[in-house]
Design a protein around this ligand. Structure first.
Ligand SMILES: NC(=O)c1ccc[n+]([C@@H]2O[C@H](COP(=O)([O-])OP(=O)(O)OC[C@H]3O[C@@H](n4cnc5c(N)ncnc54)[C@H](OP(=O)(O)O)[C@@H]3O)[C@@H](O)[C@H]2O)c1
Length: 332
């Protein structure tokens, strides 16, 4: 029988140097109490990584400067006090940093098994958007069966996950996207209505298809979208902010909020404690992983790059041409 490779002392990792991603050699991290060490197969790329590269989204205190918020791979080491995980077990995991590397340490509660039929690249594309969509759309937004939701950025990593999850839980979705091609991709994923925000006014289009308004808006745009989003909401509607690509300040017509009894809320995933992320992981495993295993929901992979091509992968994400996720394949 072939001997399992022992753990090396050093690994290749990506770091940020003058807002560019470069490959360096770093010591292989050691799992602390409650953590596992993962031999990384693939790492997902997310828009927050672009912000981190530009110095606009620093890692939380105590977290590595190596970027990367999600990984897949096998467990290569188990820290003290970890229960329920063993060496060589295949997992995908949400991390607060460190994903763009050959090895990465993860708090054990943030690891999940890889659903049946999902490969390493797809598995690495699951955690960040699935954790975010679960907590924002269902926990904060309270989206329920029979309701409707407007999702901005429908063709994004977050959007493609949100469309499929909302549909699987019996909600009708409307989305915005920046090209007709992206709109078609969103409809294929299950969106009832896809609006090209470059050629059409989404408030008018929502009113035509959802005359009562939608129950939830999942917003990653902010700024002047906020007031327009509130106009799309039905009585008792919920507005969930997860990003502010058009600015953090917004003017709100308070009478809309009062007269329709709206709720405005939001969420940021990365700074949440391990206990909160662990609770989301448990909910996903119970309620969403079976849907992924049955093929009802699948991560949409647009393009795969090698670890050393991380900068090119960021440039591609920044171009906004993608539909779904971009992933770094770190080993076969
Ligand atoms: N709060 C959290 O916990 C959390 C966690 C993860 C991600 N996020 C945020 O969620 C967003 C999506 O992340 P991602 O990784 O999925 O990024 P992504 O794939 O790069 O998507 C960004 C999307 O924004 C869309 N967009 C930009 N301006 C728009 C506009 N005016 N109207 C409608 N859509 C617009 C783009 O679509 P078009 O080009 O088609 O317009 C693109 O699809 C990012 O802003 C990220 O920072 C938040």
């Amino acid at each position: 029988m072939a001997k399992k490779p022992s753990l090396p002392d050093e690994m290749r990792a990506i770091v940020i140097d003058q807002q560019q991603l470069i490959v360096v050699t770093r010591p292989v991290p050691k799992p602390a109490k409650g953590e596992v060490l993962v031999r990384v197969r693939a790492a997902g790329i997310n828009r927050p990584d672009l912000l981190q590269r530009k110095g606009l989204y620093p890692p939380p205190k105590g977290i590595t400067d190596v970027p990367g918020l999600e990984i897949s791979g096998e467990i290569a080491g188990v820290g003290r006090g970890v229960k329920g995980f063993r060496k060589n077990q295949a997992v995908c995991a949400l991390v607060a940093g460190g994903g763009y590397a050959e090895y990465c340490v993860v708090p054990a509660p943030q690891c999940l098994p890889i659903p049946k039929g999902v490969n390493w690249v797809q598995a690495a594309a699951l955690p960040e958007t699935f954790f975010t969509v679960w907590t924002s759309l269902f926990e904060r937004g309270g989206l329920k069966k029979g309701e409707s939701v407007l999702i901005h950025g429908g063709a994004s990593g977050i959007g493609t996950t949100a469309i499929q999850m909302a549909k699987s839980f019996g909600a009708r979705t409307a989305v915005t996207a920046g090209t007709d091609e992206k709109c078609r991709a969103c409809v294929k994923l299950g969106a009832k209505l896809a609006i090209n925000h470059r050629t059409k006014d989404f408030v008018t289009e929502i009113a035509k298809t959802f005359p009562e308004g939608v129950n939830v808006v999942l917003d990653m745009i902010g700024g002047d979208y906020l007031q327009r989003n509130l106009r799309c909401l039905a009585p008792y509607g919920r507005h969930v902010s997860i990003a502010m690509q058009r600015g953090r300040m917004a003017e709100v017509d308070l009478f809309q909020v009062m007269s329709k009894r709206l709720t405005m809320t939001g969420s940021t995933l990365r700074p949440q404690p391990v206990s909160v992320k662990g609770a989301i992981a448990k909910a996903l495993k119970k309620q969403v992983w079976p849907l992924v295993a049955r093929g009802k929901i699948r991560p949409v992979i647009d393009k795969v790059f090698a670890l050393q091509e991380a900068q090119a992968a960021h440039d591609y994400l920044e171009s906004g041409k993608h539909v779904g996720k971009i992933v770094l394949k770190i080993r076969s």
